[in-house]
Design a protein around this ligand. Structure first.
Ligand code: ADP
Length: 151
């Protein structure tokens, strides 16, 4: 089975994430959206909430699974028997950052990282901007799936 892991914080899920997931769907048999949990990091949404947003958004799609993990992404990939990591690229800063991680992962394993370029309509969307707007009681309805707004 051609399985890919899409790792991230998803704090919260945005239309930028769903764009990458939807466009990766024809390329893979299964996508595991893997929520990284880091005890030292402060999140706006609990891991249960972040998982719920993704599960609800894709409840009708059996190709998409949602999971949580701690530790290295390549170790998680080995555990779930995935040879690929999926990442989205928004801008040159993402590219530089992702390049170093992908090359390191290739050095440490045989896992390939597959990059999809953000679509023009979504390139400005980030979870951190969404969190800023939410903290200030702003409207994020054009930036996130419905389930995040109804939360
Ligand atoms: P991380 O902390 O691992 O970057 P994020 O939840 O911020 O976690 O992002 C997860 C993945 O989604 C990353 O590969 C990121 O580049 C991608 N991503 C986030 N927002 C967008 C967007 N607007 N367009 C394309 N990819 C995106």
């Amino acid at each position: 089975m051609n399985r890919v892991v899409f790792p991230g914080s998803f704090d919260p899920l945005t239309l930028g994430h769903t764009d990458i997931i939807n466009r990766a769907l024809p390329l893979f048999d299964e996508i595991i959206v893997a929520i990284g949990t880091n005890a030292d990091k402060k999140y706006m949404f609990s891991v249960e909430q972040r998982k719920h947003f993704i599960e609800k958004t894709y409840e009708c799609n059996p190709k998409i699974k949602v999971d949580t993990y701690e530790g290295l992404t390549i170790d998680y990939c080995k555990k779930v028997d995935s040879k690929y990591i999926l990442r989205g690229l928004r801008n040159p800063a993402d590219f530089e950052f992702e390049k170093a991680i992908a090359q390191t992962n290739r050095k440490l394993s045989t896992i390939e990282t597959v990059f999809l370029l953000t679509s023009a309509d979504n390139s400005y969307i980030s979870s951190s901007i969404v969190r800023d707007i939410l903290r200030n009681n702003g409207d994020v309805s054009l930036l996130v799936p419905d389930i995040v707004i109804r939360n």
